[in-house]
Design a protein around this ligand. Structure first.
Ligand code: SF4
Length: 62
């Protein structure tokens, strides 16, 4: 499983970074950067919550 981020859609709300700062970072442009695409089994529930929490649906799991 991996995370996909649509940077064109991201509005920098930062919900993802607040929930999982080890995987998401908001760059200087206010857009999400993935620190890792791969999702460890132990992080799956947290990542699913981050994906669901994005207010503009810029994140998805593949
Ligand atoms: S929660 Fe969504 S809009 Fe906010 S920074 Fe993350 S990807 Fe971007």
């Amino acid at each position: 499983m991996r995370i996909l981020a649509d940077r064109a859609r991201c509005e920098g709300h930062g919900m993802c970074e607040a929930l999982a700062p080890n995987l998401f970072r908001i760059d200087d442009d206010g857009t999400v950067v993935l620190l890792s695409e791969a999702v460890a089994a132990a992080d799956e529930e947290l990542i699913a919550l981050a994906v669901d929490s994005c207010p503009v649906q810029a994140l998805r799991l593949d």
